[in-house]
Design a protein around this ligand. Sequence first.
Ligand SMILES: NC(=O)c1ccc[n+]([C@@H]2O[C@H](COP(=O)([O-])OP(=O)(O)OC[C@H]3O[C@@H](n4cnc5c(N)ncnc54)[C@H](O)[C@@H]3O)[C@@H](O)[C@H]2O)c1
Length: 302
Amino acid sequence: MLGIDLEGKRAFVAGVADDQGYGWAITKALAAAGASVCVGTWPPALNIFTRSLERGKLDLSLPGDGDLEIEKIYPLDAVYDALEDVPDEVRENKRYKDLDDFTISGVARALEEDFGSPCVDILVHSLANGPEVQNPLLETSRSGYLGAVSASAYSLVSMVQHFGPLLDPEGAILSLTYLAGERVIPGYGGGMSSAKAALESDTRTLAFEAGRKWGVRVNTISAGPLASRAARAIGEINGMVDYYERNAALPGSNTAEEVGHAAAFLASPLASGITGTTLYVDKGFHAMGMGAEAVLKRETGE
Ligand SMILES: NC(=O)c1ccc[n+]([C@@H]2O[C@H](COP(=O)([O-])OP(=O)(O)OC[C@H]3O[C@@H](n4cnc5c(N)ncnc54)[C@H](O)[C@@H]3O)[C@@H](O)[C@H]2O)c1
C-alpha cells in the first residue's frame, strides 16, 4: 500500500502558538505520518502557548491512536536574522529578555547544537504579520508595507538561508500563501497581498537555488480562509469563509486538516518531483472566474 511515511524524519514548523491555525494542523499531520516535530513560537505568544499546553487546553489528538508530542519549542522571532539586528527595546522587553537567541540564525544554531547536522528533513514556514493589515494598500505606510514583507516573505528567504545547511539532502521546505498574492481580495491590506506575491515568487527562485545547492524542494500551499488567530486580526474572516462556501468549486468549508494532509504529502518522498509550486488547497475557489452563488441558487430554487 502506498502511504505517507515520515517515520525517522524531523520537522521544524515555524508559526505555532495555539491549536487554531494552519501551523498546528500541519504539525499534527506530520506527527501522524510518523515525523518528530519541533516548533518555533513567536516570543509574545510563547507564555500563553506553553501554559495552554501544560494545562491540557490544546487539542493534541492525532487521527487513529495517540496524542501529539512536540519534541521541542524554540522561541523564534522571524523578523530578526541575528541578535545584532534586535533593537534594545525589544531585547529588554519582558517577553524577550530571558530568552536565548530567538533570531532565525540563533534558532538554526540551537537546532544544530541539539541534534547535530543534518537534523531537519522538513521545514515549514507558517507565519505572517502585517501591522497595517486592516488598511487598504492606498492607505498603507512605508513602514507598514515593509513590515508585512519582512515578517511574511523575507522571513522565508532568511529561514532557507540559515536552515538550508541543516537540511537533509532530500529535505522539503513549505510555506503558506493566500490567493490575495495574485487576485484582488478586498480587506487583505497593509501590503500583505504584496508579501504573498513575493512569497510565491521567492518559492520559485528558492526552489531553483536551494534545489541546486542542497537538493531540497521548496513549495507553497495557497490555502483557503480559516478563522485562525492571525486571520481574525484581518476583521473580515467569517465573511470570507462564508463567501468561499457559497462560491467555490466544492461545497463545504476549508479545513485546517486538509491543508495539513497536503503539507504531509508535499513533505513526503511521494512528492520528490514537485518543487517551485503553489498548490491550492481551497476547495477549488481559485479556479472560479465568477461567483457561483447566483447560478447555484437558480438551480436549487433556494
Ligand atoms: N487563516 C487563513 O485564512 C489563511 C489563508 C491562507 C494562508 N494563510 C497563511 O497561513 C499561515 C499561518 O497563519 P494562520 O492563519 O494559520 O494563523 P496563526 O495565527 O495560526 O499563525 C500565524 C503565526 O505567526 C506567528 N508570528 C507572527 N509574527 C511572527 C514573527 N515575527 N516571528 C515568528 N512568528 C510570528 C504568530 O504567533 C502565529 O503563531 C500564514 O502564512 C498565513 O498568511 C492563512
